[in-house]
Design a binder for this molecule. Structure first.
Ligand SMILES: [Zn+2]
Length: 180
């Protein structure tokens, strides 16, 4: 009998605690493979949450050959798993892993700082068994924030950064970045 795979998605803006949920999801599994995009140079070979938990992770630019040997696969920052930073179709690869029985837990930004959806995340959402929408705190008013805002325009949509470049914002306080 084939094990039943599952795809769970944690989506939301930056600073919403996605990594903490991914790390917690990995804890019950003895055999867990944690992946992050090679493009994302923050935090080295770990997933790190803003409340201090961490999990060893592989930075990858393509699907690992040994992924089939793991019962649980975690992927953070899935929106960065696109060409030219990633070779292959990460969505098809994750769905194939689920098909073979893997429990797959993915985190990522549903939209960029312009509120344009990331295609990878939209496709994963269409296929997911469960989607958990997380909110951050609006940097301006402290209300629930579902958007990521960029503080100043750099001309790059795919760009890693922290609080020097991005803020979480609510519906009322989200704005496009000021051009320099
Ligand atoms: Zn606000």
């Amino acid at each position: 009998m084939v094990r039943a795979g599952r795809l769970t998605l944690f989506v939301g803006p930056m600073f919403a605690g996605k990594s903490a949920h991914l790390i917690a999801a990995a804890l019950p599994h003895v055999s867990s493979l944690a992946l992050k995009p090679a493009f994302d140079k923050r935090d080295g070979a770990e997933l790190v949450s803003r409340d201090g938990t961490h999990l060893p992770a592989r930075s990858v630019g393509e699907w690992p050959d040994d992924a089939a040997g793991f019962a649980h696969i975690v992927l953070d920052e899935a929106q960065f798993m696109v060409a030219p930073h990633y070779e292959g179709d990460i969505v098809n690869q994750l769905l194939a892993a689920r098909q073979k029985g893997a429990i797959v837990t993915v985190g990522g930004l549903d939209t960029d700082y312009r509120r344009v959806p990331f295609e990878v995340m939209t496709r994963l959402a269409d296929a997911a068994d469960e989607i958990i929408h997380l909110q951050a705190r609006c940097h301006v008013c402290g209300c629930g924030a579902r958007w990521t805002a960029k503080i100043h325009e750099t001309g790059h949509v795919l760009e890693t950064g922290d609080q020097e470049l991005y803020e979480a914002r609510c519906d009322e306080h989200w704005t496009l970045p000021v051009s320099e």
